[in-house]
Unconditional design. Structure first.
Ligand SMILES: Cc1cc2nc3c(=O)[nH]c(=O)nc-3n(C[C@H](O)[C@H](O)[C@H](O)COP(=O)(O)OP(=O)(O)OC[C@H]3O[C@@H](n4cnc5c(N)ncnc54)[C@H](O)[C@@H]3O)c2cc1C
Ligand code: FES
Lengths: 379, 101
């Protein structure tokens, strides 16, 4: 056995949270040569990173904040390079694919609502331009022959894709050692105390001094933020997922609620519930999901379900991410979002270098600050 | 490798495996019938293509998957053999489209 060197109690940058957000940022920082320590609560944590749907999804994002649409599109553009870098470093292919994705509508009314939503999204001033199409039944069927007669039509966007998100998580963690990133599981952070020249991070495991601290603790950010002058109003939003046995490929594109994984299993999931910290799988929700999925693709009716699960999204009130640096304690950053798979490339390749440089430029990132939640609601 | 217990009884039943005729006994599960016929590999896995055969014989390991009368991914150890069954070894993932459409 290799003797374990005692853990150092000083680091350049401490990343709190080893989920997808923290791991992508740590990886990006480690590649730039910074000494990074990742502190993670451990396996009892509520971890969206291990229970998500694995879409790298663009088409429906950004109504109400066009900058978020641009940010999402930028991540989709960075994804091929990000996946290639991970492949080269770890030998793991995270199976990023971008065949374009569909949102299927099961009635004319749904299709009309979809057309409106896409129009409102793309009519916003400052909206980034990208192609999308609204398709009728016949054209949707031509591109995806497995759809059923109940599908009235769809929207399609060529930027949408998907990935094997468990392999992504594994690849990031596997490359930690290559970049000298010190990953410490079972290191729940209790308190963070700002010092004159950095931060002291304290838990039952001991203490760590860091020059900078990055809050990437998902739902845990709400509690940790105020300790370093950051406001991080995030709440859990439950999502449930069904996965079937592996089948031969039949679905050439991801659909926002149904996708066939690279290994053949079909994932079905489109529920959103606000029930607090509750991860019980409930039959009415699961059966509605299954019923809609079978109407979209009747062949699914012949597949066996092998598992169902639920996990908690990390949600802000408006659904958009928060990227902020503390005004009162510079050097303390927060990054949190509900689409950590989609945005992983941005977190690794854009957010990490900005944290290293010491700031999120106001012109691009001001909109993502949690200051937006301080505006008093209009009467 | 497997031998039947001398006291085990049952009527003879015919089935085919990948089109070749075999016989077994009533009361056999599909997986037992295959093992008794000396067949130890019933599928290749969808991810790595590794050969697999019945293992737990009680429904928990999913190693015994075969195609029965055209339906893929059936657990051979849980399905009683019946006269004339058309059993096929399964190479990789089951097909779905042709069965249900
Ligand atoms: C059902 C579902 C489907 C989804 N589908 C998609 C999708 O298709 N595409 C997409 O882009 N995104 C999707 N997401 C969202 C995506 O999974 C999340 O955005 C992402 O995983 C969030 O990562 P995170 O690192 O912020 O949070 P988490 O994965 O929750 O990780 C937070 C980490 O912080 C640690 N932590 C918390 N508190 C502390 C503390 N005090 N001290 C130390 N460590 C702490 C925890 O241990 C945990 O590991 C989905 C989410 C869900 C729930
Ligand atoms: S042999 Fe294990 S499930 Fe059939």
């Amino acid at each position: 056995m290799v003797a374990k060197t005692p853990a150092s109690n000083e680091t350049d940058i401490a990343v709190i949270g080893g989920g997808l957000v923290g791991s992508a940022i740590a990886w990006g920082l480690g590649r730039l040569g910074h000494a990074v320590t990742v502190l993670d609560e451990g396996d009892i944590a509520y971890r969206a990173s291990r229970g998500n749907f694995a879409l790298v999804w663009v088409q429906s994002k950004g109504l109400g904040m066009p900058e978020y649409a641009g940010w999402t599109k930028a991540s989709a553009e960075q994804w091929p390079g990000f996946a290639a870098a991970l492949h080269e470093e770890t030998g793991l292919d995270v199976r990023y694919e971008q065949p374009g994705g569909f949102i299927l509508c099961l009635s004319e009314a749904e299709l009309e609502a979809r057309r409106d939503a896409m129009m409102r999204l793309h009519n916003q001033p400052a909206m980034v331009k990208y192609p999308y199409e609204i398709l009728d039944h016949a054209e949707t069927k031509r591109r995806m022959p497995a759809i059923g007669p109940d599908v009235a039509g769809s929207s399609f966007c060529p930027l949408d894709g998907h990935v094997n998100s468990l392999r992504l998580f594994r690849a990031l963690h596997q490359s930690f050692s290559r970049h000298g990133i010190d990953y410490r599981p079972e290191h729940d952070v209790q308190t963070i105390t700002p010092l004159a020249d950095g931060f002291e991070i304290i838990g039952a495991w001991g203490r760590l001094k860091a020059g900078k601290v990055v809050l990437a603790a998902g739902l845990g950010n709400a509690r940790l933020g105020p300790m370093v002058g950051l406001h991080v109003p995030v709440k859990p939003s439950k999502g449930q997922i069904i996965v079937t046995e592996k089948a031969a490929p039949f679905l050439p594109h991801p659909v926002v609620t149904i996708r066939q994984t690279d290994e053949g299993g079909v994932m079905i999931g489109d529920s959103q519930e606000d029930l607090g910290f509750n991860t019980v799988v409930t039959n009415p929700v699961i059966s509605t999901m299954a019923e809609r999925a079978v109407r979209m693709f009747p062949v699914l009716g012949g597949l066996n379900v092998v598992r169902t699960w639920s996990a908690l999204r990390v949600m802000t009130e408006d659904g958009f991410p928060i990227y902020d640096q503390s005004a009162s304690y510079p050097g303390a950053f927060v990054a949190t979002c509900h689409s950590g798979v989609t945005l992983a490339a941005n977190h690794a390749l854009t957010i990490a270098p900005l944290i290293a440089a010491g700031m999120f430029p106001e012109d691009r990132f001001g909109v993502f600050s949690a200051r937006r939640f301080h505006v008093p609601a209009a009467a | 490798m497997f031998r039947r217990l001398p006291e085990a009884r049952g009527e003879p039943l015919n089935f085919t495996l990948d089109g070749k005729p075999f016989s077994a006994r009533s009361g056999d599960s599909v997986a037992a019938a295959l093992l008794a016929a000396g067949i130890e590999t019933c599928r290749a896995t969808p991810v790595s293509g590794a050969p697999r055969g019945p293992y737990c014989m009680m429904g928990v390991c999913f190693e015994c998957l075969v195609t029965i009368d055209g339906v893929g991914n059936r657990q051979g150890c849980l399905i009683p053999l019946s006269e004339g069954m058309r059993i096929e070894t399964q190479q990789g993932a089951r097909a779905i489209a042709q069965e249900v459409a």
